[in-house]
Design a protein around this ligand. Structure first.
Ligand code: GDP
Ligand code: MG
Length: 464
């Protein structure tokens, strides 16, 4: 990827829309604008103003589309490079034609995330901010957007610096005393070192404790519907979503693949997963596909934040086997229980394994119980995405890469504390401090290899 190239891409999603936006960034953006944009009033593009006009083919002069163009000189742009933004008609053909005209005038198609990569490489944002930009795009809920926007504006990076800087200072003082020991620079006082390390450990622990809520905030609460075949899982899935997403039938084994959909609940989100049912005790799966789909269901249970055990209310004797299977697959996991077909039976078949408040009677026919279940899931989604203490400064770790780096930082802090406690040599302490600082710096991307960069930006969409 040559960063001296001028890049272009459609920044809006494909398909029919009122408008679409083609973005151009790089040294030649101004020349490309001159070659492809013809202002309607004859007046040239003004910086940071919208100008109505036409995109034309640079070679033939034929009109490609009617557009509004904005010329954004460097460095106050997303990438810090000269940027041209062309808002054109939103159809696939119009968008493609505008992009082609711009590419023919000397731009190349941007790689996924390349605009944001340039913003990072040009020092406008750090890596944690770049990742938050991506997360804002894919956020499933208003809460997730708000978190991503805060992080894109540096909220997490600030917290990381607050952890890292005292460790870096301590390391610098230590290295100073090591280098100039003969020149009368005093040795580092171990009490000071211990205090700095303990403060950092407390903050890193508080941050690491937010990884669970952070994941729920970013992706939504993962709720898996599981139970015996024909219990009414797919019917419940559709009722909760309010759409006929999954096929339902009175034939056992209709659902073969786990399917998932985002269910917005207030400002939070649930990832609702419908699974293939298990055969009740005494029945065998019919065929290879059903055996495979049963295994897939089993695999989805430990990944759930909440398992909803769906029981056919007219077949209460199936409940125990389902509960046992779920408990074996996800020991200690959160479980709700839903008794379906409330229109055909009375009462809940309580067992001592499920708390009464966690049991629901529902009917897909009358709609009974659906709202109560949805409210309960909503409360869990909100609670599950809330950070616990104030030690994390209200910040949540939403990214596995950050969690991994901070775990390594924490290990290095632990080793440093052992050096201090064991009165071991200062150069060991210096090495552990360097490791802790380096791990913190990975989060913001000051100390990372090209492989990490490539991996991060591969997860972006083209045009971002
Ligand atoms: N009367 C009644 N039938 C239901 C209810 N829920 C599901 N069913 C029926 O039960 C059958 C199996 O439902 P389905 O959702 O496909 O079960 P799954 O195998 O657990 O996904 C279908 O014929 C549904 O129409 C309900 O609440 N009341
Ligand atoms: Mg089903």
């Amino acid at each position: 990827m040559n960063l001296a190239d001028t890049i272009a891409a459609v920044a809006t999603p494909p398909g029919d829309g009122a408008v679409a936006m083609v973005r151009v960034s790089g040294r030649r953006a101004r020349a490309i604008a001159a070659a492809t944009f013809r202002p309607s009033a004859g007046k040239p593009l003004q910086p940071r103003r919208f100008t109505h006009g036409f995109v034309v083919d640079a070679a033939t002069g034929t009109v490609v589309d009617e557009v509004v163009a904005a010329w954004l000189p460097a460095p106050r742009t997303y990438t810090r490079e000269p940027t041209l933004e062309v808002t054109c008609h939103g159809g696939r053909a119009a968008t493609a034609a505008v992009l082609q005209a711009i590419l023919r005038a000397g731009a190349r198609l941007a790689e996924p995330g390349e605009f944001t990569l340039r913003a990072f490489l040009n020092g406008r944002i750090d890596l944690a901010q770049a990742e938050a930009v991506r997360d804002a795009v894919s956020a499933p809920s208003a809460d997730a957007v708000a978190m991503a926007v805060a992080q894109a504006n540096g909220s997490l990076s600030r917290v990381i610096r607050e952890v890292r800087d005292p460790l870096a200072d301590l390391g610098a003082r230590l290295e100073g005393s090591l280098d100039f020991a003969d020149d009368g620079v005093p040795e580092l006082d171990r009490g000071t070192a211990r205090a700095v390390l303990e403060a950092a450990a407390t903050r890193v622990d508080a941050l690491l404790a937010t990884a669970g809520p952070g994941r729920v905030r970013r992706h939504g609460l993962r709720v898996v519907l599981a139970g015996m075949t024909n219990a009414g899982k797919s019917t419940l899935f559709n009722a909760l979503l309010g759409s006929d997403r999954a096929i339902t039938s009175d034939e056992a084994g209709t659902t073969r693949d786990a399917i998932e959909e985002i269910l917005p609940v207030g400002a939070a989100a649930i990832v609702l997963v419908d699974t293939a049912g298990w055969r009740p005790p005494g029945e065998m799966p019919v065929g290879e596909a059903e055996r495979l789909s049963g295994a897939r269901t089993d695999a989805s249970i430990p990944l759930a934040d909440v398992v909803v055990h769906v029981v056919d209310g007219t077949a209460p004797h199936h409940a125990t086997a389902g509960r046992e299977r779920i408990a074996a697959l996800a020991p200690g996991g959160a479980m709700l229980e839903v008794w379906t077909r409330a229109d055909l039976h009375r009462g809940l078949h309580a067992g001592n394994q499920v708390a009464p408040g966690d049991q629901f009677r529902v009917s897909a026919i009358t709609g009974e119980g659906i709202q109560a279940l949805r409210s309960s899931l909503h409360a869990r989604a909100v609670a599950g995405s809330r950070g616990a203490g104030s030690d994390s400064g209200g910040e949540l770790l939403t990214n596995a890469r950050h969690v991994d780096a901070l775990r390594r930082a924490r290990e290095a802090i632990d080793r440093a504390m052992a050096v201090v406690a064991g009165a071991m040599p200062d150069d060991l302490l210096a090495a552990d401090l360097r490791a802790a600082v380096a791990a913190c710096s990975e989060v913001t991307g000051e100390m990372i290899g090209d492989d990490v960069l490539e991996r991060v930006f591969r997860t972006f969409c083209i045009g971002k």
